[in-house]
Structures are given as C-alpha cells and as structure tokens.
Ligand binder design. Sequence first.
Ligand SMILES: [Cu+2]
Length: 165
Amino acid sequence: MKKISIKPLAAAFAVCALALFNQAAVAQDATLKIDEPWVRATVPNQHATGVFMRLTSSAAGRLVAVESDAAKHVEVHEMAMQDNVMKMRQVPGIDLPAGQAVELKPGGYHVMLIDLARQITPGDHIALTLVVEDAKQQQRRVPVDAIARPLNASAAPAADHAHKK
Ligand SMILES: [Cu+2]
C-alpha cells in the first residue's frame, strides 16, 4: 500500500499552505470564533502561566493542541476539584460543540505555557497557534494573539501551578 505513505506528505503541505494563509489573513478562521484571548503576566523567574479565551465553533470540532514560541512546552489543562482540592491536569483536548461557547478561564480549562522564554508583562502580545480538528479529523491551524493582563487579573490559580514532570 504505497499510496498511504503519500497521504501524510499531502496533509503536511495542506497544513503549511493553511498556516501561510492564516498568517496573511490576520487571525481569522471561518469556523472558529475566538473572543478575548489573554495571558496572565508573570513575575521574574516564574516559569509557567495560563492563557485564556472563549472559543465558539460553528461546526463541531476539537482543540487538540496549542503551539507557541513563548514557552518550551504548551499544554491544554483543566482545573477541577479532586478530593476537595483544586488540581490541574493535562487533557488530550477540548471538545468544541457546534455553536456553543467554550470558556478557557481561570479555574477551568486553560492553555499552560511551561518553561517560558521570558517574563511576560501586562500589554505584551503572545502569539499562539491553535490546532483544531474537525469532525472528519482534518486539522487546521488558527493563529491567536493573546494580550497579557496583570498578574491579579482575576481570582484564579496563579502561583500554585505545580507541574509534575
Ligand atoms: Cu495549568
């Protein structure tokens, strides 16, 4: 089955073309609406922080990954009560039901930037790329520009982000 080996290559080309297109088109995606993307500013030597936004997909989809040059590792996390303690854990993705707003917010789902390249101060712009999968498991990349808000932007988990490796 030699044909199969061609497919990933074709997909890679498609993704590259999309990425280029997206960069030129200034953060627009026909299906996915992104509201108020923001990142929590950091203090010196803080190595991790969270990114938040509201996602509304007109067609059923799933956020499967996030990429950014701002940190060595970018993970999708969820905060949840576990034995009466708020804990966070990495999740493989976040479902985006058609037409339903999904909040990434302090205390819930968030994107975690781990091993930050530098300190983030309020007003900074952090570029991220959302990798979204549609119902046919086709992936596309959606650029996001998250603006840094002050450390105390809302009552939320901040300093106690313990990440086990
Ligand atoms: Cu986290």
